[in-house]
Design a protein around this ligand. Structure first.
Ligand code: SUG
Length: 448
């Protein structure tokens, strides 16, 4: 049976702004308070989806969330009508209003961890929504994420959904951004690679000194258990704490894998050789031949990687077995990174081509091409069971583009977030979106 990797991209929501909310994420911190352009952000994301679809890849779309999250503000003690809640928060606690307005659900690599059916004990595709418990503005995403994923992958015969892990730092889980799957073919059993930043219960593991490690070993292990993965099909590795302290807040900022290939920076992991041997051994047991492409620090520094997002790229398989790398424009403007990429694609190895996309609106909050997509490997039968409303087609692209043109503002600052009218605009837009994507009622304003 045919199988595919389907990339579901997060549609940027109408409140996209630069809130400076993510300590440890260099771009989020350094662009704090700049004015943003939600319309441009959404169109940049849609252009990437359309381009990948036109290249022949399977592409889907994941809906944004209701923001401002008035219910979240009410839980923090703000009361009255929706407009009063927003105005009171703006007056007394602007950072909380900003957090409740973040469009951060666009970075769907953090929406969930997904295990394809070939890896799981019950032969279903498993999803665990990420609790994103390290940052308040992200911790409020998972209830809606779960409803949206449930509406996209609704058939219980093929899809199993798990609620987010307990919402404490010891089970901090950031979803697919710290998870990679290696395989010979998408429909065959593979090896799932979980990368954590610290252990919550075992003090023998080192931890970063400056910035938080968002993913714990215990969270990754819990996800593997929930999904029914075999021990032989799982590898755990620790991220190098010193790169977290240099701004690598998720592993997908310093490594990306696809098929049998891991593309990574020399400083990405601890005990790299042991980890590579384990990946290679376990992949061999399911018939695969592991290949690693290491980028030496002499060619690209960790700082270059963080600024250019070289590794936050999408590594995609082409029909002839070679691979294509989708990188952000920032890679072309970094001389060392661009030179490295020229050498890489010219060397006759597995990565043959680089395509550049302008995703500046998202990049300025630390979200590159890989952050914007959630990968779901599906066989033909499973793909046919996905809600067809969320699979990208030329007409859907046109509808979504017009929808953005009609509903989005082209400038957003803190003052705009305090405007109660914004909530009404967002709800009107999202209500229409659920009809375009055939999601049913998934937002708090639709179900309460
Ligand atoms: O969680 N930025 C996101 C970026 C997530 C990127 N995802 C992956 N690497 N997979 C974060 O730090 C910034 C929001 C703000 O500051 O307004 C933010 O949430």
């Amino acid at each position: 049976m045919k199988s595919y990797e389907v990339n579901f991209d997060g549609l940027v929501g109408p409140t996209h702004n630069y809130g400076g909310l993510s300590y440890g994420n260099v771009a989020s911190q350094s662009n704090s308070q700049q004015s943003s352009n939600p319309k441009e952000a959404a169109l940049q994301g849609l252009a990437k989806m359309k381009a990948l679809m036109d290249m022949g890849f399977q592409q889907g779309v994941l809906a944004p969330q209701e923001r401002p999250d008035v219910a979240a503000l009410r839980r923090l003690g703000f009361a009255g009508s929706d407009a009063q809640v927003i105005q009171q928060a703006a007056k007394e606690a602007m950072p909380l209003l900003v957090a409740s307005c973040s469009a951060s659900s666009m970075w769907v690599a953090n929406a969930a961890t997904v295990s394809p059916s070939a890896d799981t004990a019950d032969g279903r595709v498993h999803f665990t929504a990420a609790n994103l418990n390290c940052k308040y503005h992200r911790s409020i995403e998972h209830p809606t994420t779960s409803r949206v994923l449930g509406a996209m992958f609704a058939n219980p015969q093929h899809f199993a959904h798990h609620a987010a892990l307990p919402a404490v730092a010891q089970f901090g889980d950031e979803g697919a951004a710290n998870h990679t799957r290696f395989c010979r073919a998408y429909g065959e059993a593979g090896v799932e690679f979980f990368v954590f930043g610290r252990s919550a219960f075992d003090t023998r593991y080192p931890a970063p000194q400056k910035y938080p490690a968002r993913q714990t070993l215990e969270a990754s292990q819990a996800v593997a258990r929930l999904h029914g993965l075999r021990e032989e099909g799982v590898v755990y590795a620790q991220q190098n704490p010193s790169v977290i302290d240099q701004g690598v807040f998720h592993n997908d900022v310093i490594a990306v894998g696809n098929g049998e290939v891991l593309f990574y920076h020399e400083d990405a992991f601890l005990e790299t050789d042991k980890m590579l041997a384990e990946l290679s051994g376990k992949l061999a047991k399911v018939g695969g031949k592991f290949q690693s492409v290491c980028v030496p620090r002499s060619a690209v520094t960790v700082d270059d990687a963080v600024r250019s997002y070289l590794f936050n790229s999408q590594l995609l398989s082409r029909p002839d077995g070679s691979m294509l790398l989708i990188v952000p424009e920032e890679c072309r403007s970094n001389e060392r990174v661009w030179q490295y990429l020229q050498g890489l694609t010219g060397a006759g190895g597995v990565i043959r081509e680089v395509k550049v996309f302008d995703l500046k609106q998202s990049m300025q909050n630390g979200g590159g091409p890989a952050c914007l997509r959630l990968r779901v490997a599906l066989n033909e039968t499973e793909l046919a069971a996905v809600n067809p409303g969320v699979i990208m087609t030329a007409p859907l692209y046109d509808s979504l583009t017009h929808w953005v043109e009609r509903h989005y503002r082209d400038r957003m600052t803190e003052n705009d977030l305090a405007d109660p009218q914004l909530l009404l605009e967002c709800r009107a837009a999202l209500d229409e979106l659920t009809q375009i994507l055939k999601l049913g009622s998934v937002y708090p304003f639709q179900i309460n």
